[in-house]
Design a protein around this ligand. Structure first.
Ligand code: HPA
Length: 168
């Protein structure tokens, strides 16, 4: 389609104990726990190689730029690792614990397949996550889709005022 960069956003559950509901996290890596990979099957050689490198799944340049803009505007914006699961269930307490132990900072149900497809064709990717709920540790609140949407919508408003204050 001729695009030169892919920008993705998602909602996720924070497992890093420093994260709070409403924080943003720029993805600099991910763990694919979806049990599948969108490149399984015949490789489209004209798009990319059979065994793509995944050493820089998210573009370092775009991460640095976004972090600088967030810092300038006093936005709480972490940089971390996103674990992708299929859902549609939210995680059990043991699963949140496991996701934290294996090195993720948050968990969600998207973004990784899109990232893999884009990186296969060497397209730079930027992705950012809104932490809509907290899993693991002492966070025993019931998580609902409604709550996830509510926090995500509030974050969108925050983003609007942020764009009004930032000059490019
Ligand atoms: N787990 C998985 N996906 C999610 C979550 C979560 O806690 N929050 C928003 N999407």
């Amino acid at each position: 389609m001729g695009i030169e960069k892919l920008i993705l956003s998602n909602a996720s559950g924070g497992v890093n104990p420093k994260y709070k509901v409403g924080d943003l996290m720029i993805l600099d890596d991910h763990i694919n726990l979806m049990g599948t990979n969108p490149l399984i099957g015949k490789n489209e050689e004209e798009l990319g190689t059979r065994f793509p490198d995944m050493g820089e799944p998210y573009d370092k340049g775009m991460i640095a730029k976004a972090k600088a803009v967030a810092d300038k505007n006093d936005f709480t914006c972490h940089i971390g690792t996103y674990a992708a699961v299929t859902g549609p269930t939210f995680e059990t307490r043991a699963e949140y614990r496991y996701i934290k132990i294996i090195g993720a900072d948050c968990v969600g149900m998207s973004t990784v397949p899109e990232n893999i497809i884009a990186r296969h064709m060497n397209l730079p990717v930027f992705a950012i996550s809104i932490i809509t709920d907290l899993g693991g540790g002492d966070h025993l609140e019931v998580i609902t889709h409604e709550e996830v949407l509510k926090v995500a919508n509030e974050a969108e408003k925050k983003n609007d005022s942020y764009y009004q204050r930032t000059y490019y």
